[in-house]
Design a protein. Structure first.
Length: 89
């Protein structure tokens, strides 16, 4: 019964690990900030202006939490094969 949720969970674990690896490499590589964000100027690659905090909060709550809740509901209704194949998309 938990196989679809386990397939989804493992795909998220792998994606989180790869995201962490790419972010760490980008932060440690000199010049990566200018190559990935030329309009940032001399500011830190990870600098977020305080005026963007409300928009980030909205994005985190609405996009992340609501979408993951809907996806987990769908995972519970699906087969492990469907979940594993759709996670790659």
């Amino acid at each position: 019964r938990d196989a679809p949720a386990a397939a989804a969970a493992w795909s998220y674990v792998v994606a989180a690990g790869l995201t962490f690896l790419c972010t760490t490499v980008a932060a440690a590589t000199p010049g990566a900030g200018k190559a990935l964000c030329p309009e940032c100027g001399g500011a830190s690659f990870f600098y977020v202006p305080s005026a963007a905090y409300p928009a980030l909060a909205w994005w985190i709550v609405m996009s992340t939490a609501c979408n993951y809740a809907l996806m987990m509901w769908l995972v519970k209704q699906s087969s492990p094969t469907f979940v594993a194949s759709s996670s790659a998309l």
